[in-house]
Design a protein around this ligand. Structure first.
Ligand SMILES: [Zn+2]
Length: 141
């Protein structure tokens, strides 16, 4: 993530898409605070760009990323975001140290996981699904 602000303002759909997912994945408050005052400029710079997207709309990813920049201060914990987006893979979140995997059940359909946030201890039930791409529905327990 070199300079997400430059990416958002670049007019290049590929760079905007990458920056959106960088922001969705980050927990670096410096990065988010750096973008906050630039939100109106980012919204202007991206309003009329065709972002495309095959499965998840790339526009949705951008909207989600900008909403995070705007509102993350009101979140109780980073894990507040899990239930808002179907893109958080519990296995990857565990690799990043964000959750602890309590159980996973791969015997049936859907595949399910029980996870615990490593920061606040909130537990989640996660259903994994697949419709063109894999997705994960997180539900706080
Ligand atoms: Zn948490």
């Amino acid at each position: 993530m070199a300079d997400p602000l430059a990416d958002f303002l670049s007019g290049d759909p590929q760079r905007i898409w990458q920056a959106s997912w960088d922001i969705i994945g980050t927990r670096d408050k410096n990065v988010l605070e750096h973008l906050r005052p630039a939100l109106p400029a980012i919204e202007r710079a991206t309003a009329n760009i065709e972002l495309g997207g095959m499965i998840f709309s790339n526009r949705d990813a951008l909207v989600h990323a900008l909403d995070k920049v705007q509102n993350y201060r009101a979140w109780k914990c980073w894990c507040d975001d899990y239930r808002r987006l179907l893109a958080f893979d519990p296995t990857r979140e565990e690799e990043r140290g964000h959750v602890r995997m309590l159980t996973q059940d791969r015997s049936g359909w859907p595949v399910t996981y029980e996870c615990e946030c490593t920061i606040c201890g909130r537990e989640f039930h996660v259903d994994e699904g697949e419709h063109h791409a894999r997705w994960w529905q997180w539900t706080p327990r």
